[in-house]
Every structure is written in C-alpha cells, then in structure tokens.
Design a protein around this ligand. Structure first.
Ligand code: FES
Length: 352
C-alpha cells in the first residue's frame, strides 16, 4: 500500500476544542474517520497528531491527498475529472423545491437567509461623491461581510474610510483610479483593489466615463466615514494593491477554473476575492465554512437551496451565509463566469 485510500472525497466537518489533540488517519483505512483506529498497523502510514489552538469548526481531509495535513485543501477536486454534480432527476429536484418570486426590491429569499438580488431593484443614494446602493448588510443577517454597489460618472469622490475594516473593490464597468491614502492604483472591469483597515480611499474617472464597482467591507458592520482630506497612513509593507485576471494564475478544480485575485497570498487575512468559471452543470449540494457574496458576470442559471430555488442571470448578486447548503447551476453551453468575496480568507475550492 503506497497510496492512501480515499475514505470519502469531501472533508469531515469537526468541532474541535482548544487544547484537545486529535489523531488524524492518514491511511484511509480507519473505520472511525477522520480519526485513527490503528488500522494502519502493518502499513507505512502513520497517523498525524493535531492539537487545536482554539475551539472552532474545521474540515479534516477525507480523501487523504491533502497537502495541508490534516485539513482539507481542496485536493479531492483534482482526483476526479468532473466536479461533483447533482445527478438526481430534474422532476425530483422540482418536487423538492419551490421557485421563489422576486419582490419589488428585486430580491428572492431562499433558505437560511440566502438570497438572490437583482441590480434593477436597488435603492441608490448619493454618498461622498458616489452613488451607492447596499447589497448585503447586517440587516440581512450577514455576520462578517458588508457589500455595496458604487458608481460615478466622471470626476472625483471625496475620501472615505471604513474604520477598522478591510475594503476590497471589484471593477464592474469602466476604468478609473483609486487613491489609497494618497497612492494611485488603476481599477477596471474584473480587477480588484485592496484597501487595508483604516486607510482612506477616493475614486476618480475621466469625464464622460461611467465607472461602477463593488465595495466589500470586512468586518461589514462599519459605516463609511466621509473625510475632508485623504489620510497619510498607507501600509507600506503591502505595496501591491491592484490585481487583475492572469491566465497563468488560474487554478483548476476538476472541470472548473478559478483565480484568487486577493487573498492570503496577497496579504489579505480577512477577505478573499476570486473569479471563477463554471461549465454547464449543476453542482452537488454542498456547504462552505465561509460567508460569501457572489456576483454573476455572465450566463443564466438557477440557485438552489434545500427547499427553494431562484433563477439567476448576468448581474445578479447572491448572498450565501456560512454553512448554508446550496447548489449553483449554470444552464448555458457557454458556461458561467462569476466573482466571489468571502470571509474568512482562504481558497474557494474547499467545501463539504
Ligand atoms: S487508521 Fe489510518 S492512520 Fe491510523
């Protein structure tokens, strides 16, 4: 036996307690997954001792191919050619779920505070030289993320900051400049900009240019503070702040692709931003430990939760609370492109 046995492809969700030790099975033979029951005796495999430094929920690797033993790093996605799909007949799925109507504000509520929001129903208000519309706030039972749509038509916004929160921008249309505590960075469609906690930023674009972007705030309970002048507190240890799509940085996840634009590798410990490509398919129902905001950049499909479903199309925003079961379906041959922001920071390919 020179390769471990796949106990199960998906990880095991375990609530660990601070100070406790856990003996993770590396061979895959244990009958007490994900932990060792000494079935490895006689093989070259040995269990791995893990001590919890805090009480929290963790995903222990079940496929035994993780490079981050003992925790799942998404390696199970590379053990199959296709991402795990939902092979239940459509009639069964329709009988289990009700299609939810959109209310006048353009929102369709799914299970567990998950919702789909259409941009046409948003309530835009002027704020510091921008037009701003809330997408996800604490009133929506978001615990970590706040998200707003912002747009401007030529000119400069006033400087602002979100006290105590990291802010990540995602360009939706147009082209402009973001000055972070005085330092200029470009923003355009499908690019990201990271403003670190307590730095100020202002946005500008040429006259005649329409610039729109998402503003994701984490923690999301902080309100915009409009300033009379930019701050001079640029965090010089993190000089790179603007990130664009780069095919050489794409990661595969079976037959799906994603690129993390902003995350742990770029110095973001709180929030991650990624772009993903999904082929025509319906993912098997799954959950993430993180809280997520998704925007559909192209294509149509359906967002499914346990008992509800809502159609999605280009421009729709989805709020996905942590641990909410869901399945996003792409119904177009061209495949779907989407962008996501989630807390805590990490890889978007880890689910259970
Ligand atoms: S039973 Fe698998 S490592 Fe012990």
């Amino acid at each position: 036996m020179d390769q471990p046995i796949v106990a199960q492809y998906k990880p095991y969700r375990i609530d660990v307690e601070e100070g406790e030790t856990y003996l993770w099975c590396s061979c895959g033979l244990s009958k007490s997954q994900p932990f060792c029951d000494k079935s490895h005796v006689g093989t070259d495999f040995k269990p791995l001792n893990f001590q919890a430094t805090e009480s929290r929920t963790l995903l222990f690797c079940g496929c035994k191919h993780t490079r981050g033993q003992p925790l799942c790093d998404g390696s199970h996605n590379d053990l199959t050619e296709e991402y795990a799909g939902d092979d239940r007949p459509l009639e069964e799925l329709l009988s289990l779920t009700e299609e939810v109507a959109f209310d006048p504000s353009g929102r369709a509520m799914l299970d567990g505070d998950c919702y789909v929001q259409k941009p046409a129903g948003l309530n835009w208000v002027p704020e510091g030289g921008l037009q701003v519309a809330p997408l996800i706030t604490g009133d929506d039972n978001a615990k970590h993320l706040g998200q707003y749509y912002a747009r401007m038509s030529g000119g400069n916004s006033e400087p602002r900051r979100y006290p105590g929160s990291d802010v990540v921008l995602f360009g939706m249309s147009g082209r402009g400049e973001v000055r972070i505590s005085g330092r200029p960075f470009g923003i355009e469609a499908q690019s990201g900009v990271h403003i670190r906690a307590d730095e100020s930023f202002e946005v500008s674009c040429d006259s005649g240019e329409e610039l729109s972007f998402l503003v994701t705030v984490c923690p999301g309970h902080s309100e915009a503070e409009i300033l009379t002048a930019p701050l001079e507190n640029f965090a010089k240890d993190y000089p790179e702040r603007a990130f664009s799509c780069d095919d050489s940085k794409r990661n595969s996840m079976a037959d799906r692709f994603y690129q993390v634009l902003i995350g742990e590798d770029t110095g973001s410990a709180e929030v991650s931003q990624f772009i993903g490509e999904v082929p025509k398919s319906k993912a098997a129902p799954h959950r993430h430990l993180y809280e997520e905001a998704i925007i559909i950049l192209s294509a149509c499909g359906m967002m499914w939760t346990e008992t509800r479903r809502a159609p999605v199309e280009t421009g729709d925003i989805i709020f996905l609370p942590a641990e909410q079961e869901h399945s996003l379906e792409c119904t177009e041959d061209s495949g779907m492109v989407l962008a996501g922001h989630y807390y805590p920071s990490g890889e978007p390919n880890i689910n259970y």
